[in-house]
Design a protein around this ligand. Sequence first.
Ligand code: GLU
Length: 296
Amino acid sequence: MLSLPETILSLPPQVTRFAPSPTGRLHLGHAYSAYFVLSCARATGGSYLLRLEDTDHTRCRAPFYDAIRDDLAFLGLSPDRETPAQSTRMGAYQAALSQLQDSGLLYPCFCTRKDIARSVTAPHGPDGSFYPGTCRQLSDDERQARMAAQPYALRLDTKKAAARAGPLAFQELMHKPGSQTVDYNAIDDVVLARKDIGTSYNLAVVVDDAADGVTLVTRGQDIFAATGLHRLLQALLDLPAPRYAHHPLVVDDQGRRLAKRADDVALGTLRDAGWSAAQIMAEALGRLLQDGAKSP
Ligand code: GLU
């Protein structure tokens, strides 16, 4: 098991989850992530769930579902239980969207990526340009007319949502441990329902963590910046707030986060080349970007 910080070791039993998307083979970063999740569950006497995040049918592929289960089994990281895949929960996402829409917190957006890129007025947020707000300004009549004629996404009206929710914080146990105040200025009018799939990662992950009874969300530090938005959505949807532990990332030789397409670090490639589970885990731990959860 990994040696974990006291902030995690002192917790009562936690329900944790590993939530990969079946868009490719798992790689060394996933191996570390699953090991971290399992360690948190075992250290607190809780449980470890696997959830396949497959809302994006344009990118998920059938063979990767079993490949993920098989890679985890090979590493000795099989979950205690697998929860329903996201594709089976579209009704729950629709219900959450309706709840937000009935509260007047969503607006339809007809912009294409090109429209947004062309806008020179977009201010910048932590993840690049903020949405310039083009469709936030439309009149009700214009909205109705365009909704009847064109595909649209649904965006969160963050200003209204922040006013509704009031000040919020989330508990982080690993990356910047302590209570983190949600900074509404850093939250974009994010798309909660994509034109093509009718939902989004940010909406689905919040709905699912609540449905699965997850009490400790563990994932890479790259997602830390999205956690304020997740906390906001939990408050708006009356869902419980889990604790968070964002762990360091496994990186490539240039110190960059591993990409899904990085075949040289895919577990399938390493297994085919004869690597043992212990060798794979040692390689993953050796490539951690920073300290925080070192192996004993
Ligand atoms: N499906 C997401 C990913 O693979 C999981 C993120 C999360 O754990 O919240 O990055």
